[in-house]
Write a protein that binds this ligand. Structure first.
Ligand code: GLC
Length: 807
């Protein structure tokens, strides 16, 4: 199959050969406060802090043409021919074209006749401004006077109000050209913004003097036209229109005369400064200062270099050299890149997701697992934020909106609180900072806004166990409450008596992590208590969880088991097979048999189904087990990629590399896309999706919910910590790979607690798992006990060489 893209691994780039892909394949650009996403076709939008209340520019989700509008540059030649480096929106035929995504930057390079243009989009690390860095080159023998127009369509800031009341609220849109700044300024004086004190001033400016401007989208485009052929560009001049009500845009025309063989570089800046409604002169002054800095010679290049430096530092924390190019690219670049995005955006915003979801509690706990090992400080901040969303009885909020000044959302689930110990353990394991357990953190009050009480992080964790212990059902397993990780599992517990085996196993896993922390602190009393709870829950799981060939999934309101060999639908469920292993809830025999059932019943060549067979839905049945989802879709027997990661970890823990690597490789997006076929799969070949339609559905192979998925973090953890096996623990760094037997050697470089480790693994023995020797700078670890490099051996050392012999 001829693919419309290739990877340029040396540049950490994915390069697109045509714009017309089955879907927008996006890249996120961000400095942590100002954000944008942009597709291979230049579609996308920009927001400041929150995509729901500070949406600066427009993007029409679910619309036709897909993926518009975006960040549009029009190059107008003297004869009126107009084209765009991103191809869209003009769609003028070009002689050459490519788009490339790199971490933090998207670049379009195009040529038409003698003119070559390269447009790089990124967000300035030091300013809340997006930079459109345009380079032009004239390969011809004659001078050419080009006109360049930059254009964005403005949004009304508060997205939900825009789609519901935009026909009134557009009256509050005010756009002007400020002559001092030579910038288009946009402010929105809609009342009742969540934070009037923060409302941003939006500016659009250039490094060049502007020749004309537009603030009025409808005048810029012209009646019954769109961005493809705006009348202003056709005319060769914007109408210099301010706006006091209407559909806003920010457009600037600048002149770019190119000598024969000449080159020019210019930039547009799209930025925001806060507080415009309370202090207009202050906001303008801030924009002034930012523009003064960004317009200084060399500033654009400096900001661009800083983008690269941020990503280099982030990615360098762990890099591998392995005999599998597709896995290596994923592990070294694209997976950790996506983990940063999910760390920032949770499940909220993408070309398909509108941003309303805010931060999911369970989601962010999981997302931070992949941040903890690269940026533990960031993970720690989010951990403290999450802990303060726990109620005094131990359960937690379900959803929150940190930027939006609105109450958290509460609806108790079986699992939300159970993710906290995982995150605490990940942060402490990476940093070794056991003192974190003593940090005081408040609880969330019942009003869902204020904070009450103060308790140590450890006490918060103990309340996690208290909540689960006080919400056990008739069999002694956790009650389903509204759901566990499976959002739809609540259908088995409409009357509140159903029980979940997955949460039971997850609880055991959490208890094990807490036990390890208690032991590391020498807290014998807690260790004893946790050990008792652990034994009790394991015994309950063993007594009621095993079905004979695999693990059951749940019990319904009437005490009937779910996921048994006598069930017609939903006979085998993935999660309880893998979490049985993660929690080590029983001896090896049953753990292996559960995972054998996974291979036998759930595997497809493009991922593991979440359950099989899928349940029928309305109108065939009255009370569908999986609300309204057709068979093969998402939780109803779809390939749920997120859940595949736990099966990979489980197989790695069992030492079965063949299964682990099969499951890992078949979901590398570049591989899945090829297995399924581009037109069927549709999503990005460099970012995980949440779910792929399963074989029971006519659209089998269709990838859904791209980018914003827990798959990213867990796949990152699975690959680095369980397949390559470099896993932080409170006491040090475990090295316990599970690799294909035919790998003879591989290398990992990893920064751990300030020490740069070069880890060389020798597998001449040809095994899949097992460390026979582990030597750190000539000093041997007793690998027969546990292959863990004691953190004390690395203290104060800048580098260390680690040699590992498998066998
Ligand atoms: C989505 C949700 C997540 C849930 C999962 C399975 O990814 O964001 O919270 O656990 O689906 O239902």
């Amino acid at each position: 199959m001829e693919l419309p893209y290739h990877f340029d691994d040396g540049q950490r780039a994915v390069v697109f050969h045509r714009h017309a892909l089955p879907a927008p394949w996006i890249n996120y650009l961000s400095n942590g406060t100002l954000h944008a996403f942009v597709s291979q076709a230049g579609g996308g939008f920009c927001w400041w802090r929150s995509p729901v209340i500070y949406r600066l520019t427009r993007y029409r989700h679910y619309n036709l043409p897909i993926d518009s509008p975006g960040f549009y540059v029009y190059i107008r030649e003297p004869d009126g021919t107009t084209w765009s480096p991103s191809f869209r929106p003009c769609e003028t035929p070009l002689d050459t074209w490519e788009a490339r995504h790199q971490p933090g930057r998207t670049t379009f390079t195009a040529r038409r006749g003698d003119i070559e243009a390269s447009l790089a989009l990124f967000v300035a690390p030091d300013h809340d401004a997006m930079v459109w860095d345009l380079r032009l080159k004239n390969h011809g023998l004659r001078a050419v006077a080009l006109d360049v127009f930059g254009y964005v369509e403005l949004s009304q800031l508060i997205w939900l109000k825009e789609v519901t009341f935009g026909y009134y609220n557009k009256w509050m849109v005010r756009v002007d050209h400020d002559a001092d700044l030579d910038a288009v300024l946009y402010l929105n004086h809609l009342e009742d913004q969540p934070r009037m004190d923060r409302s941003p001033l939006v500016y659009f400016a250039s490094t060049r003097l502007s020749a004309s401007f537009s603030g009025n989208r409808d005048l810029f485009c012209g009646p019954y036209r769109d961005e493809r052929r705006p009348v202003a560009v056709e005319r060769g001049q914007c109408e210099n229109s301010s706006l006091r009500g209407g559909e806003g845009c920010a457009a600037l025309q600048v002149k770019a005369p190119l000598a024969a063989g000449g080159e020019e570089r210019l930039a547009f800046f799209l930025g925001a400064t806060p507080g415009v409604l309370k202090n207009l002169p202050g906001a303008i002054a801030a924009a002034h200062e930012t523009l003064r800095q960004l317009r200084a010679p060399g500033a654009v290049q400096e900001q661009s270099d800083k983008v690269d430096a941020w990503w280099r530092e982030h990615l360098d924390v762990m890099q591998c050299a392995i005999p599998d190019a597709d896995a290596q690219r994923q592990i070294n670049t694209w997976n950790p890149v996506q983990s940063v995005h999910t760390g920032r955006y949770s499940r909220s915003i993408s070309s398909a997701a509108t941003g309303l979801r805010g931060i999911g509690f369970r989601d962010t706990c999981q997302d931070m697992l992949a941040i903890a090992y690269r940026k533990p400080q960031w993970a720690k901040e989010m951990l403290l934020y999450q802990l303060a969303l726990q109620f005094e009885d131990g359960h937690t909020a379900n959803q929150s909106w940190p930027e939006e000044n609105r109450p958290a959302e509460e609806s108790p689930r079986s699992d939300n609180h159970l993710w906290l110990p995982l995150l605490v353990s990940a942060v402490v394991s990476e940093t070794g900072d056991l003192g974190l357990l003593d940090a005081p953190v408040p609880f969330l009050a019942p009003d869902l806004v204020s904070k009450v009480g103060l308790a140590t992080v450890w006490e918060h964790l103990m309340r996690v166990t208290a909540f689960t212990e006080s919400h056990l059902g008739a069999h002694g397993l956790p009650l389903i409450l509204l759901s566990d990780w499976n959002d739809h599992i609540g259908t088995f517990a409409r009357e509140g008596r159903g029980e979940t085996l997955m949460a039971a196993q997850q609880y055991v896993y959490a208890l094990r992590l807490m036990l390890a922390l208690a032991e590391a602190c020498g807290d014998r009393a807690s260790a004893e208590k946790l050990g008792g709870l652990l034994e009790k829950q394991c015994a309950t799981i063993r007594a009621h969880g095993w079905d004979g060939q695999w693990w059951r999934r749940a019990y319904d309101d009437d005490g009937r088991p779910v996921g048994t060999s006598s069930d017609t639908y939903g006979r085998v469920w993935l999660n309880t097979q893998s979490w049985a292993v993660l929690g080590q809830v029983d001896g090896r025999d049953r753990l292996v048999r559960g995972m054998d059932a996974v291979r036998q019943w759930l595997d497809t060549d493009y991922g593991l189904r979440l359950l099989a067979p899928g349940f029928p839905t309305w109108p065939e049945v009255d009370r569908p087990a999986v609300k309204g989802l057709p068979p093969g879709c998402a939780e109803n027997g779809g390939v749920f990629c997120h859940a595949n990661t736990w099966a990979i970890i489980a197989e790695a823990m069992l030492g079965r590399a063949e299964n682990a690597w099969k499951y890992y490789r078949q979901l590398i997006p570049h591989i899945t896309l090829q297995t399924v076929g581009l037109e069927r799969y549709q999503a990005e070949p460099y970012a995980y999706v949440s779910t792929v339609f399963g074989p029971e559905n006519v659209r089998h192979g269709w990838a859904n919910v791209a980018q914003v998925t827990g798959t990213a973090a867990w796949m990152d953890v699975a690959a680095t910590q369980y397949l390559l096996g470099v896993r932080p623990e409170p006491a040090g760094l475990r090295i316990d790979p599970c690799i294909p037997a035919d790998w003879r050697s591989f290398e990992v470089s990893r920064t751990f607690r300030g020490c740069r480790l070069r880890i060389e693994v020798d597998n001449r023995a040809g095994v899949e798992k097992g460390v026979a020797a582990l030597v750190v700078d000539g000093r041997a670890v007793d690998a027969s006990k546990a292959p863990v490099i004691p953190a004390s051996w690395l203290a104060g050392q800048a580098t260390a060489h680690v040699s590992v012999r498998m066998g």
